[in-house]
Design a protein around this ligand. Sequence first.
Ligand code: ADP
Ligand code: MG
Ligand code: MG
Length: 211
Amino acid sequence: MGLDITWAVDWVRRSAETVAEHRTRLIALDREIGDGDHGENLDRGFQAVLPKLDDLAAGSTPGDVLKLVATTLISTVGGAAGPLYGTAYLKGAMAAGSATSLDGPAIAAVLTAARDGIVARGKAESGDKTMVDAWTPAVEAADAEAASGADARTVLEAAASAAEAGAEATEPLVARKGRASYLGERSAGHRDPGAESSALLLRAAADAAVA
Ligand code: ADP
Ligand code: MG
Ligand code: MG
């Protein structure tokens, strides 16, 4: 069964919840290799989306929800992650189009477009110790599941698990993009905060799909 507006709204609510819950941890991670604001910025952004969900017009689509998230994050998050996540949700919204329901391949296409948007905007490659290191394994896992005929829920579950593994795998890496790259070799031994928050958001998407 495809994922509809109810899923999309639930994804946003769960995203706000998990970011608030892990706010301190994201701040701590960003304090180690950045400036310590990642948890605060993202929490502010998702809290700003919540009241706007009530204003969605009847007949809104998952794409409309993703677009609402994009515009809100762009105007409230700031830093590196604001425009990167904003672009991800905007490109994801464009891939979702006006569909009222997203099946496995459609969800994989949304995730691919989101990842491609992050890469186009930030120019990071895999292994640069950024959120791309969560998104690219997620997209690969999602594509593989979708290609084998998996439903949307299974595609998201695979993406979330791959993103979590990808975030963990940033720990030994030396950062080559973003603020953490200023630390050079000293960035190794710490998990990238943006990869961690990306994994949280994808887990929220998977959890919303089974709810
Ligand atoms: P800032 O560094 O401006 O304070 P945040 O703390 O909100 O921004 O976000 C930092 C995160 O942004 C990093 O952990 C990393 O995942 C991500 N990031 C930074 N630069 C890039 C980039 N060029 N491409 C992809 N992701 C990036
Ligand atoms: Mg920061
Ligand atoms: Mg900052």
